[in-house]
Write a protein that binds this ligand. Structure first.
Ligand code: AQP
Length: 342
């Protein structure tokens, strides 16, 4: 089925696993805000069912879920313009995931680099949920017939698997029911790297807090982390090819470009020739000016948890207007007898 047959619809999610960071903001949340508007229906999700594929303390999970919702709103997601949901409040995600567990092949899952990284050498001890994670992710997307999914570079492989599941389902049942969703991986910061090691992705689970800028960090913490960020002794180049083989320098320039909504070339035209001692304070000022309003608004919302819970309840109500009919039709295609009215 051609993509144009589907309503242009964006879906994406973030795990409520705490330590929301600059990579999540630039690679995901900021992009979510950019896509909110006239061209697309937008649905953004706190994927708590994904979070529990590894152990989560129940109290922390609840707090992180509300904090993530606050983060979405503080970053600019408008709960009137977008549908904002907590995954477990929309049961059709998990229901469609079961069907997809039966469509996806074990070999497909075994090839996923995130599975290999997170399960590591101890795969026998990893949860079944962690293994099946990409089938749930496919269900998150396809239960809305979403056509576009903005994500960071690390999610590219899972998005390809989502397409494979849609194609196999359509082929097996002889239908054109699920769209082949397009990943949207764009901008200067699709892969923000650790501030301590330019070869590692900035990540919530990094044991070093200095490796990431958290959205809850205050101005002093942001400035200190940037000041201490690993760099090399050379001055900044004037052109992007001068950043090759300089992963830490490239990372800081990419962050600057993404925060300032410029291209890397535009940034280097301004800062080429400067030493890091001059560039780092510029980056710190820029980061504080962009992130401080977000952390202030997050803190305000976290003092109003009833407001957050109402936004999520309303979001799931709106979401289910889309998901219930799509799941019903899926069951019908698969051959499941529908309940009659009693
Ligand atoms: N470093 C990053 N640069 C750009 N984008 C990133 N994303 C994550 N890290 C970066 C994007 O953020 C979205 C949500 O990610 P997630 O919370 O669902 O999962 P994640 O990728 O597992 O996040 P972390 O921080 O890396 O957590 P851990 O440490 O648990 O693995 C996605 O769109 C992702 O691409």
């Amino acid at each position: 089925m051609s993509e144009s047959a589907f309503t242009p619809r964006v879906f994406s999610g973030i795990q409520p696993t705490g330590n929301l960071h600059l990579g999540n903001y630039l690679g995901a949340m900021k992009r979510f805000v950019d896509m909110q508007g006239a061209d697309f229906e937008t649905i953004y999700c706190m994927v708590d069912l994904h979070a529990v594929t590894v152990w989560q303390d129940p109290k922390d999970l609840m707090k992180s879920t509300r904090e993530l919702c606050a983060g979405f709103i503080a970053a600019g997601i408008d709960p009137e313009k977008s549908i904002l949901i907590n995954q477990s409040q929309v049961p059709e995600h998990a229901q469609l995931a079961w069907i997809f567990n039966c469509v996806a092949r074990m070999g497909w899952m075994q090839r996923m680099t995130q599975w290999k990284d997170k399960a590591g050498k101890n795969a026998q001890n990893a949860s079944l949920g962690l293994f099946a994670y990409p089938a749930l992710m496919a269900a998150d997307i396809l239960v809305y017939h979403a056509t576009h999914v903005p994500v960071g570079e690390d999610q590219k492989q899972h998005l390809e698997l989502t397409r494979d599941i849609a194609i196999k389902f359509n082929h097996d049942y002889g239908v054109d029911f699920f769209p082949e969703t397009e990943p949207v991986i764009e901008g200067a910061a699709t892969r923000v790297m650790s501030l301590r090691d330019g070869s590692k992705k900035m990540s919530k689970s990094d044991v070093s807090d200095a490796s990431r800028i958290n959205l809850t960090d205050d101005a002093d913490a942001i400035a200190k982390k940037i000041r201490k960020a690993k760099t090399d002794p050379e001055a900044l180049p004037s052109e992007a090819n001068g950043l090759e083989e300089r992963p830490e320098a490239r990372n800081l320039v990419n962050i600057y470009a993404a925060l300032n909504e410029q291209s890397v070339d535009q940034v280097l035209a301004d800062v080429g020739g400067k030493q890091f001692s001059e560039f780092k304070p510029m980056l710190a000022d820029l980061a504080v000016s962009k992130l401080a309003p977000i952390s202030t608004e997050m803190a305000r919302l976290m003092d109003n948890q009833d407001e957050i819970d109402r936004i999520l309840a309303r979001g799931s109500q709106r979401a289910r207007e889309i998901t219930v009919p799509i799941l019903r039709k899926t069951y019908d295609i698969v051959g499941m007898v529908p309940p009659v009215q009693l």
